[in-house]
Ligand binder design. Sequence first.
Ligand SMILES: Nc1nc2c(ncn2[C@@H]2O[C@H](COP(=O)(O)OP(=O)(O)OP(=O)(O)O)[C@@H](O)[C@H]2O)c(=O)[nH]1
Ligand SMILES: [Mg+2]
Length: 215
Amino acid sequence: MVSQGVSGGNSRVAAKRMKAKICLVGEQAVGKTSLIRRYVLDEFSDDYIATMGAKVTKKNVEIKHDSLGNVQVNLVIWDIMGDKGFRDLLREAYFQGAQGIMAVCDVTRKETLTDLRSWIEAVSRVSGRIPTQVLANKIDLTHEMQFSETDVKGISGFYESRYLLTSAKTGENVENAFIEMARAVVDKRVTPSSVWEKQFPAMTSQQPLKVARKV
Ligand SMILES: Nc1nc2c(ncn2[C@@H]2O[C@H](COP(=O)(O)OP(=O)(O)OP(=O)(O)O)[C@@H](O)[C@H]2O)c(=O)[nH]1
Ligand SMILES: [Mg+2]
């Protein structure tokens, strides 16, 4: 983290800066690109153009941190194609140095929720244990929902992560999601690793997963 003095009238305020690589992962067409587009450009399109490979977008966000005060976070957002074949081939290239995972599923397709486990673990195998967030996207399609909030809680609880119900279409919770992610990355950076790891113990595939209750 870089700490830089900024003049403000007679006072000097410490502006802290930090870079954070965030990876958006999840199955094809769950809305990863749309969430980034909504957050960065405040735009949405119903058209679907599958992402080829990975696309990197940057955005600065200022967060208020409990102990640090205001922190400028330079988010480096990696939009990764939802193709598992490519994921396994290229995961070192995509996930190296990741500091946060935004794992996205589509509330209208149940399998996209259960598949999140393999995405989160693919990133974690390369990056180590990092802040993780589960996003249940397309919440605007209420009548087509194939799973409940309880199911989302089940997956996110397993990974000691937070979850949010989002809509790239309406913008619901999209900004919140990125701000929360930035805050979690800053928190990890300033928390001694022994304390952080106690809060967020490493997950193992052997642990049973409480998920997929029928709605
Ligand atoms: N109704 C609704 N549609 C959405 C939402 N988010 C994305 N979509 C639509 O879902 C389709 C897929 O969205 P993308 O953002 O391209 O999905 P992706 O996860 O990036 O897909 P890949 O790049 O193939 O991995 C598009 O037609 C979007 O318009 C949402 O919140 N609500
Ligand atoms: Mg995409």
